[in-house]
Design a protein around this ligand. Sequence first.
Ligand SMILES: C[S@@+](CC[C@H](N)C(=O)[O-])C[C@H]1O[C@@H](n2cnc3c(N)ncnc32)[C@H](O)[C@@H]1O
Ligand SMILES: [Zn+2]
Length: 361
Amino acid sequence: MIQEGKAKIVGELPHQISRKLEVFYNPVMAHNRDIAVSIINAWGKKIQAADPLAASGVRTIRLLKECKNVKFVAANDCNKNAFAAMKKNFKQNKVSKSKFSLHNNDASMFLLESCGFDYVDIDPFGSPNPFLDSAVKRLAREGILAVTATDTAALAGTSPKACMRKYWGVPLKSASMHEIGLRILIRKIQLVGAQYEKALVPIFSYAAQHYMRVYLQNTKAKTAVDDILIQHWDLGYCDHCMKTVPVFTNKCVCKRDYVLAGPAWIGSLWDDKFVKKMKSWCKTCSSLIATIKKESAVGVIGIIGLDEVASRAKLSLPPKEFIIAAIKKKGYKVAPTHFSGSALKTDAPVKEIVNVMAFHH
Ligand SMILES: C[S@@+](CC[C@H](N)C(=O)[O-])C[C@H]1O[C@@H](n2cnc3c(N)ncnc32)[C@H](O)[C@@H]1O
Ligand SMILES: [Zn+2]
């Protein structure tokens, strides 16, 4: 018996996470599910939710038990063993029969055969691509679509060709590679939305060690879709200034050529009003939410790797807190970032960071 949040799940904790497990339960993804619980609680709206790739059912059992506003869930998995485990788990958690339905179908078929949901959670092995079309089609007005991608090698730039094929954008290996990958993923999902005249705006997104995750809220309005599309741009990285910016001009202000990435979403990764309402009892998740609150307020694209700045300037690296305080004092916006423990989000030029490091020296 595994306890996660308010759910008790039958299953064996795996020695090694593998898609060959009879019924997939990944304890590392408990944080992913904690954040989902936090988002749905912050939303507060009465909803019907779909879990098309449910495995043990732990995700939707938690939503039902931990979010008062979840009225009904439909959980699905194509794997027979997973379906049997789901049945057992819903029963054992004493979920009232009027609050759920269980399905043993292909995820896209399951979605297309349903009437629609306020919340659809796509949490696959690898790429979410096969399920995006049906998920978008069945997403209600004002609904939230949650998407996990675990193929971070493609998105973060280890396999640029795979990223082009799957996500229609060029990634870039740099300090900002996870943020750029997340923005490429968001644009891809938004393009799927756009063809059905659904405007999908990110309300919460993050990159974790082995996956990327994004929550997008749907507005069904043509003009809202147009507003999304004008925020898809190429990104440019200037190796001299160390900044990542939307490429509005051919060259960086320092006259050097950019290294190009994208196209990608250049709008916000978070909705501040939403994030303000998010709470979590889990230490890791509340610290993620707290960091995101701060970095969201800086409002710039890309991050600055402090190790890289220090090594280029041949200076030793002062504590991050010292750098943050000193840059703030100079009147710039600056915050730690969840994308990396050794980087900052800031509107300060890198030479100001170098000055701060030299001063500490
Ligand atoms: C990563 S696991 C899901 C984990 C689950 N969401 C959780 O939070 O514990 C992916 C699941 O998708 C199922 N699956 C894979 N392809 C599918 C498809 N085409 N249709 C339905 N289920 C599928 C697998 O059997 C597996 O249980
Ligand atoms: Zn430059």
